[in-house]
Design a protein around this ligand. Structure first.
Ligand SMILES: [Zn+2]
Length: 77
């Protein structure tokens, strides 16, 4: 069964794959080691971004980042 982005993101955290590079009022930035490559993920200018091929605000890297930067109830907002 394919691991969902939600499950994968939580696993990245427990495996220590996420490193926060910047946290400020202007946004957050982090690097996340995915399956085979590092990706830069963050929140800037009111938008979530990630350099992975998923091109989605709900990719596993951003799931992991939101778990440590915003309250779960605001995830995806
Ligand atoms: Zn991603």
């Amino acid at each position: 069964m394919r691991e969902s982005a939600e499950v994968k993101g939580r696993r990245y955290l427990t495996e220590g794959r996420l490193t926060l590079r910047h946290v400020g009022v202007d946004g957050v930035a982090a690097v996340v080691r995915g399956d085979g490559a590092w990706h830069r993920a963050g929140y800037m200018g009111g938008h979530w971004y990630c350099t992975c091929p998923a091109l989605s605000a709900n990719c596993s890297h951003l799931v992991a980042l939101r778990l440590v930067t915003v309250a779960p109830t605001k995830a995806g907002a």
